[in-house]
Design a protein around this ligand. Structure first.
Ligand code: GTP
Ligand code: MG
Length: 596
């Protein structure tokens, strides 16, 4: 059976033996496809690929670190699969004309990308996520015999493992000789058997556990009790690796395992493949029959027909309702947001105007020059408070708006989490606002006061001095000096009063300017925040509206389809189903005959 170092691996599954199976599979696949059972179709496609492959696919699985990769390397006779790897990838080793290694990476559903790697760097290639495909030219006994070996990493993706098992002709299930099979392992083996009936249990690391014969005995009993007639092969992949001569290699049990695989799997490849394929065909046929039968039954059932009609009516009504409700959500959002922005701005102006009025009243009662700094600080804190309240209002009003828009959609569509519009630090918004201006006339200099006093007293002296000079007195005399003092004091007093009035006017202007600035800056900030909120609501609800419409449209389509089937096309469909069932029975019978 063993091929020499020829260029092609041996053909172990013969095309003539597989041809009738392939015909059956193709027939069945057509039926599963027309019945819309994609799952069954996928399974049959894989079975087709398996029996179409002239080699025997052998997959090695087991729990992490049981020594699968060491065993694979032992079977191939070369270190193709990384051992003690932290991150291992599935490895496929096959016979080829040149030694190559390719990393196959899944780049999308059903699409793979191949990257060649240097076999010398295979260890590093293994850390890449994907499948490593290695081709060996050396006539490793098993590869040349036409075996493709697949090493499934112990802690790899379970789905990948199962698809490898389903694609395999035979499974080597590796356990450690430390303990007998657990209930969970037996359960796992039961499931494996449903996908691939040819399984060999490999009891590895017998060098470590002297009581392995006892474990083997127990495993045999447990498997028999579970109705699993798998062979149990005790081996030590390490002893095999380290064996220098044939005698020691025989102790490792690996040569015996290879012989077993040759006799029971390679030599019987046609039988093994046929049995597995026939089982798959029978199972799929039964599964499909149930689907077709159920559909035929419900077509014949008048209650079902009434139900379908009612479902169509409901689906139509729901679609109409949704269209009406959602037609105007955008208008509701745009209107609501516009109104909200105007209200918030109005509220801000209103609050600040009230503050300005209070400030003016205060200014009118006192001299603003006194405590102008404290006055400014106090005003600032009141402005902060007002702004904070304004933003709190903006927040709650936008939550309300969000709920209003959400109510236009079917229940269950929760409004999105809104950005919080409340201010954590109102000072930030006020950063660009210029502080309250200083009062120009706040501190008149001493010279200024003296000057205006002098101006007054000079007038007084001149006025009275001139009059008294007519009486022959000198220009400066007691009377004129008295008048000078009097008018001087009066001038100082007048000057002070005027200054105070001017300061009040200046203070009012300063407050008004501050308020203007605050309204400008805060208004800008709050408009920005509200617009961002509006945009995020619009994006969110556009998505929801699209989804909701797609859902009802799909429901409507399904209902119309079903109605079509049960309505006008009912008789045709029944006839079609009957003919499919007859065809299916024929395939099933043929498979049963072949299996027998
Ligand atoms: N004593 C002994 N050690 C072994 C034997 N087979 C494998 N090992 C050791 O067990 C460890 C794990 O071996 P691997 O071949 O990497 O195991 P694996 O099952 O491929 O591990 P993962 O794929 O990573 O789950 C390594 O240190 C091996 O040397 C054996 O027969 N006897
Ligand atoms: Mg491994």
């Amino acid at each position: 059976m063993s091929a020499a170092a020829g260029l092609e691996p041996a053909t172990v599954k013969h095309p003539t033996a597989m041809a009738p199976l392939i015909r059956m599979l193709d027939e069945l696949r057509e039926m599963t496809r027309s019945a819309g059972r994609d799952d069954l179709d996928a399974r049959l496609t894989m079975v087709r690929a398996r029996i179409g492959d002239s080699r025997v696919r052998l997959v090695v699985v087991g729990e992490p670190k049981n020594g699968m990769s060491t065993l694979v390397n032992g079977l191939v006779g070369a270190p193709v699969s990384a051992t003690d790897a932290e991150l291992s990838a599935p490895v496929i080793v096959e016979y080829g004309t040149a030694p190559t290694a390719t990393v196959v990476k899944a780049v999308g559903p059903g699409r793979n990308e191949r990257q060649p790697v240097d076999p010398a760097h295979m260890r590093s290639a293994l850390t890449v996520q994907g499948v490593v495909r290695a081709e060996r030219t050396e006539p490793s006994a098993l590869l040349a015999d036409g075996i493709v070996l697949m090493d499934a990493p112990g802690n790899g993706d379970e789905r990948v493992k199962w698809s490898m098992i389903a694609a395999a002709d035979a499974v080597l299930y590796v356990t450690e000789a430390a303990a007998e099979l657990s209930a969970a392992q037996l359960d796992y083996l039961q499931r494996v058997q449903q996908f691939c009936p040819t399984v060999v249990c490999v009891l590895n690391k017998i060098d470590l556990y002297p009581h392995w014969t006892h474990v083997q005995q127990r495993d045999r009993e447990l498997l028999d009790a579970a109705g699993l007639g798998f062979a149990v092969a005790p081996v030590s992949a390490r002893l095999h690796r380290e064996a220098g001569d044939i005698r020691r290699d025989m102790e490792s049990g690996v040569p015996q395992l290879i012989d077993h695989l040759r006799d029971q799997v390679v030599a019987r490849a046609d039988v093994v493949a046929r049995e597995a394929a026939l089982r798959d065909i029978q199972l799929t046929a039964d599964n499909l029959a149930v689907t077709l039968y159920t559909e035929a039954e419900s077509l014949r059932d008048p209650r079902r027909r009434a139900e379908i009609t009612q479902q169509l009516t409901i689906a139509r009504e729901e679609a109409d309702q949704l269209r009406q409700r959602t037609a105007n959500w955008q208008i509701a959002l745009a209107d609501g947001a516009g109104e909200l922005m105007a209200d918030i701005e109005h509220d801000l102006r209103h609050r600040l105007r009230r503050l300005a009025r209070d400030a003016e009243a205060e200014i009118a009662q006192t001299d603003p020059a006194r405590n102008w700094k404290e006055f400014g600080a106090d005003l600032d804190s009141r402005i902060c408070e007002a702004i904070e309240e304004n933003f709190v209002m903006a927040h709650y009003r936008s939550v309300e708006l969000c709920e209003q828009v959400a109510s236009k959609f079917p229940a269950g569509n929760r409004p999105p989490p809104l950005p919080d519009l409340r201010l954590s630090d109102p000072g930030e918004v006020l950063e660009h606002v210029a502080p309250l201006e200083e009062l120009d006339s706040a501190n008149p200099g001493v010279t200024q006061q003296v000057l205006s006093g002098l101006r007054g007293s000079y007038g007084g002296v001149l006025m009275v001095g001139l009059a008294t000079s007519l009486l022959g007195m000198s220009l400066v005399n007691w009377y004129s000096a008295g008048a000078g003092v009097l008018l001087g004091v009066n001038a100082i007093w007048d000057d002070r009063k005027n200054r105070k009035l001017r300061r009040r006017a200046e203070a009012k202007v300063a407050v008004a300017r501050l308020m203007d600035d605050v309204i400008f800056q805060v208004g800008k900030e709050s408009r920005n925040r509200l617009r961002a909120m509006q945009r995020s609501l619009r994006d969110h609800f556009t998505e929801i509206a699209g989804q909701a419409l797609r859902t009802v449209d799909e429901a409507l389509r399904v209902a119309e389809d079903a109605y079509g089937k049960y309505g006008d096309r009912r008789e045709d469909r029944l006839a079609e189903l009957n003919s499919q069932l007859v065809k299916l029975r024929a395939v099933r019978d043929r498979a049963t005959d072949m299996a027998a």
